[in-house]
Design a protein around this ligand. Structure first.
Ligand code: CP
Length: 331
């Protein structure tokens, strides 16, 4: 029996069919809100969506280590009824013989309906999307962007606060190389009404191109500070990040900076009762395990939301509608 894939005509997501997502600038603010809404629907209707991607195949091309992103992209497609191929470590693929990203994508496009790619080099996902003939989703390119982590983060803000704006958000740690921070700031600035507190040592400040995005929206603002203890009491959200060892040029600098910020119960006592502690994970030392017991800890909710948002995005770019789903606009 042929597989029928009704497409989401009339939905703001219909423009995403066949599109690559290299940064969230490739997705309109209306589409982001729709994806957030779809993820909630998917969570509540798991069996209804369990076969919408029957016959689809996802490729995960991971040139860099991952636990959450690769496994959640794959679980998302499996939970929608599709199948998965790919590699986790390019050394066992023809990349180890010198094959280019473009040739790899031109090849894999013949096999699959959608590709998720992670690569250590900034811009690799853009190169991949230009070579591919199927949608390519950036699963993290170097220290640049991580758009699907941002979707998970927005879903977590929405579930914790019922909104993604009118918040004071502290981002703490490696703001230079932390691609999750760059994606999140840029995307929140498109919605506006966010006050950022950028907490880092001077060596790990936020790149200028990201600060420019805050400056471009008069409803957003930022302060750069280096003292987490002094800042924590003002925050609605504390988004901790790992110091990105793999992006440092100098091991001594990494060793000197890696434990600059450690969130523990003592520091948490200084925060608002409903502050959300977020972290894209993996963590190293920057959040003590004792914080996991605190209701403010939201990082494992981010993990679950990552899978749901990837289910919404994968079904959107391949064009498979969610049965019974009513778009936000129609409400
Ligand atoms: N958040 C995140 O990107 O985790 P992984 O590196 O495990 O995929």
């Amino acid at each position: 029996m042929p597989v029928v894939h009704p497409s989401p005509s009339g939905s703001p997501l219909s423009d995403l069919i066949g599109s690559s997502v290299v940064t969230l600038d490739d997705v309109s603010t209306g589409q982001i809100l729709e994806l957030l809404h779809q993820a909630q629907y998917i969570d509540a209707h798991r069996s209804t969506v369990a076969h919408i991607c029957d016959g689809r195949v996802l490729a995960t091309l991971f040139y860099e280590p991952s636990t959450r992103t690769r496994l959640s992209f794959e679980t998302a497609m499996l939970r929608l009824g599709g199948q998965v191929i790919g590699f986790a470590g390019a050394q066992l693929s023809s990349v180890s013989k010198g094959e280019s990203i473009s040739d790899t994508l031109k090849t894999v496009s013949n096999y699959v309906d959608v590709v998720a790619i992670r690569h250590p080099k900034e811009g690799a996902a853009l190169v991949a999307s230009r070579a591919a003939t199927v949608p390519v989703i950036n699963a993290g390119d170097g220290g640049h962007m991580h758009p699907t982590q941002t979707l998970a983060d927005l879903a977590t803000l929405e579930s914790r606060f019922g909104r993604i704006t009118d918040l004071t958000i502290g981002l703490c740690g490696d703001l230079t190389f932390g691609r999750t921070v760059h994606s999140l700031i840029e995307t929140l600035c498109r919605f506006g009404h966010v006050r950022f507190v950028l907490i880092s040592p001077p060596e790990l400040r936020t790149p200028r191109y990201v600060l420019d995005r805050i400056d471009a929206n008069p409803t957003c603002s930022y302060t750069e500070v280096d003292d987490l203890t002094a800042a924590i009491g003002d925050l609605d959200v504390l988004y901790m990040t790992r110091v990105q060892k793999e992006r440092f040029f100098n091991e001594d600098d990494y060793l000197r900076l890696r434990d600059t910020y450690i969130l523990d119960e003592d520091k948490l006592r200084l925060s608002k009762p409903h502050m959300a502690v977020m972290h894209p994970l993996p963590r190293v030392n920057e959040i003590a395990a004792e914080v996991d017991r605190d209701p403010r800890a939201a990082y494992f909710e981010q993990v679950k939301n990552g899978m749901l948002m990837r289910m919404a995005l994968e079904s959107a770019v391949v064009g498979d509608a969610l049965p019974g789903y009513e778009p936000l606009e129609a409400k």
